[in-house]
Design a protein around this ligand. Structure first.
Ligand code: ATP
Length: 300
């Protein structure tokens, strides 16, 4: 038996490396879809540890112009300021440039002119790794790895203890669902395992983000309408993950963002109005019009 120990141990480590490589590969594919001209500057600073780990961040877009293609400018003259721990929502019609703002913050692309600042520093002066550690994203549609549901949550912070994973799952309102599965946290999910609904996948993504504990959070609200119970659970989970962070929500349903500290209304790549829900309603402009149209539909 002792003779088998070493080869088996070796095989085990190959399996675990392979699994990590597959995950890295998936990350790489998503990054390969992005342009490759984002490089660390020679003088890129490492964020001091307290900047990566502690406290909500201040975000500023200063006169940003941007196009994916030089011949077609998408964002024009975009400026706004999110103070630490503020909840900012971006609304507007499809194609207005809402997601582009989140891609620039994550530095998938660099601005054509102007600047994006975090804590008063241009994000181009930070190391890419540090920047991405400081930002968590809850996407519309989460990709699950072909692995256990526990691993899928732990991916937010590899090496997490089971107790930490369960705490995050509880906050994300998904723990009870998981323990109700025949194999609990060991249940296999993804393409080759249990298929989860959009709402369940989103709560897994929220639990992952709670473990990652980023200073800035980007929430990309699902476009598809969820049933009202799921919607309530997701809203509670989002409330938990938003605490103590600066949050940017890309919203489709105005009812979910009425309590935001500031709502940016985008139109054709410009911020055409900004302010609180009450301020924008009183202004009786584009937002007030969107609100009145959505109010006529039950899934507002
Ligand atoms: P939605 O509500 O539909 O998600 P949005 O407001 O988030 O829309 P963006 O995704 O920011 O809109 O897109 C803004 C514009 O940029 C659109 O005209 C879109 O076609 C264009 N665009 C988005 N991504 C790319 C890309 N990778 N390459 C070229 N153009 C792009």
């Amino acid at each position: 038996l002792m003779q088998l120990y070493q080869p088996l141990n070796f095989l085990g480590s190959i399996y675990s490396n392979l699994r990590k490589s597959i995950v890295d590969l998936e990350n790489m594919f998503s990054l390969l879809a992005q342009p490759m001209d984002i490089n660390n500057q020679e003088c890129a600073k490492s964020l001091p540890t307290e900047l990566v780990n502690a406290g909500p961040a201040k975000i500023e877009f200063k006169n940003v112009f941007f196009g994916y293609d030089p011949s077609r400018e998408i964002l024009h003259h975009v400026s706004f300021l999110a103070e630490p721990a503020q909840q900012i929502a971006i609304v507007g019609p499809t194609g207005a440039g809402k997601s582009t703002i989140s891609r620039l913050l994550f530095r998938f692309y660099d601005v054509t002119s102007g600047a994006v600042l975090i804590d008063n520093e241009d994000i181009r002066s930070y190391k890419q790794d540090d920047l991405r550690k400081a930002i968590g994203v809850v996407p519309q549609d989460t990709v699950l790895f072909n692995d256990s549901i526990g691993y899928n949550i732990a991916y937010g912070k590899l090496g997490s203890l089971q107790a930490e994973i369960e705490k995050a799952a509880r906050l994300a309102q998904i723990h009870d669902f998981i323990v109700g599965l025949p194999e609990g946290y060991n249940t296999q999910v993804g393409e080759r395992g249990l298929k989860l609904s959009g709402g369940e996948k989103q709560r897994i993504a929220i639990a992952r983000t709670i473990l990652k504990n980023p200073r800035i959070l980007i929430l990309d609200e699902a476009t598809s309408a969820l049933d009202s119970q799921t919607e309530k659970e997701i809203q509670q989970a989002l409330f938990q993950v938003s605490q103590g962070r600066t949050v940017i929500t890309i919203a489709h349903r105005l009812s979910t963002i009425i309590h935001s500290d500031m709502i940016l209304v985008m139109m054709d790549g410009k911020i055409c109005e900004q302010g609180t829900h009450e301020f924008l309603l009183a202004k009786n402009g584009f937002y007030a019009n969107m609100w009145s149209i959505q109010s006529q539909h039950s899934d507002k």
